[in-house]
Write a protein that binds this ligand. Structure first.
Ligand SMILES: NC(=O)c1ccc[n+]([C@@H]2O[C@H](COP(=O)([O-])OP(=O)(O)OC[C@H]3O[C@@H](n4cnc5c(N)ncnc54)[C@H](OP(=O)(O)O)[C@@H]3O)[C@@H](O)[C@H]2O)c1
Length: 320
């Protein structure tokens, strides 16, 4: 079978297509005939080995040679003890602990998967797991009328978060590059800020929730952008910002404002919830482009170079 292979850390063009033996499903795993696998910023980070936390999995060489964790496909076989699905079932899910999705076949834990609703094609289903679930978890308790700022709103997670916040009745300020302004407005943003032209922490304005998907600032600056009782959730970004929230953010959270890291929690229920929202047409999976498996390097490059509007998806075996 074919797979997109990374031998060592480097730019996306170092990813090459190799012929590999068919994976064997182990205990609690199923073998999927892959139909689609979306690209996450985390795939790009694990290809390039940057930022530094991407090397927690492998300091000098990648631990995972075949990336891709947002999988959608058809169950081809079940390993020992795997009984939740039958051969031929269409399923999807987040297999972040094992990866292997950028391939014709992948052996993945069955407890990370749910049945794919008929209303979703495979490419749409593959766009949902990581980005859709974390967006849902970040905005779980949002009330109507709340002022939300989403930094990095035009990326994979941001495109879901923006729509979910709007669906909950929030007033949403979306921050990203100027080229994405039209896209952000089309997703429902009430206001758009060009991150290159304006620093949202220097505007003298306050938000009830700042969801930071591309954190670059220290917690001192962030605190000034939070209304009393406001919350700051950091999902991804530069090392310095991550360290700042872990140290200063923790100290500052003893006051009326709360600043913390948000780590994704694996949840089949949350995945089913975002899938139902998309199937019902209440949230759109913004699929920027699809690429065939042979062009996985180009798919990763599109995300790495910041050209994607929403999600990029690799599809196997023709249209997904
Ligand atoms: N906490 C967790 O559990 C968890 C789990 C998985 C992933 N993550 C992390 O979450 C982050 C977001 O993931 P994603 O898939 O949504 O990434 P993404 O698709 O790359 O989205 C990030 C967005 O931020 C934009 N951006 C770049 N520079 C910016 C700046 N200075 N200010 C504001 N926006 C800027 C990007 O624009 P360009 O594309 O034009 O650069 C892009 O639109 C990643 O760092 C990922 O590693 C966290």
């Amino acid at each position: 079978m074919r797979a997109a292979w990374i031998e060592r850390y480097g730019p996306p063009e170092t990813v090459e297509i190799r012929d590999l033996p068919m994976p064997e499903p182990g205990e609690g795993q199923v073998l999927l005939r892959m139909r689609a696998c979306s690209v996450n910023a985390s795939d790009v980070e694990l290809v390039t080995g940057r930022p530094a936390y991407a090397r927690l999995f492998g300091l000098t060489r990648p631990r995972f040679h075949v990336l891709g964790s947002d999988v959608a496909g058809v169950v081809e076989a079940a390993g020992p003890g795997a009984s939740r699905f039958a051969v031929g079932d269409a399923v999807f899910g987040d297999v972040f602990e094992s990866f292997g999705g950028f391939a014709d076949y992948a052996a993945v834990p069955e407890d990370r998967l749910i049945a794919k609703p008929d209303a979703l094609d495979f490419a749409t289903a593959a766009a949902l797991p990581q980005a859709g679930v974390i967006a849902l978890q970040a905005l779980r308790d949002l009330g109507a009328g709340v002022r939300v700022l989403i930094n990095g709103a035009g990326g994979g997670m941001g495109s879901f978060a923006l729509q979910i916040a709007k669906a909950r009745g929030a007033h949403v300020t979306a921050v990203d590059r100027a080229a994405k302004a039209g896209f952000l407005r089309a997703l429902g943003a009430d206001r758009v800020i060009d991150c290159a032209a304006q620093d949202f922490t220097a505007l003298g304005e306050r938000w009830d929730l700042v969801l930071d998907l591309f954190a670059t600032r220290g917690m001192g600056a962030i605190r000034g952008a939070l209304a009393p009782g406001g919350r700051y959730l950091l999902v991804g970004g530069r090392m310095r910002a991550l360290l700042s929230v872990l140290t200063l953010g923790t100290l500052m959270s003893f006051g009326p404002r709360k600043l913390r890291l948000l780590a994704a929690r694996q949840s089949r229920d949350d995945l089913a919830e975002i899938a139902a929202l998309v199937a019902a047409g209440r949230v759109r999976a913004a699929v920027d482009r699809t690429y065939p498996l042979e062009e996985t390097a180009q798919a990763l490059a599109r995300v790495a170079e910041g050209r994607a509007l929403g999600k990029v998806v690799v599809v196997m075996g023709g249209n997904a």
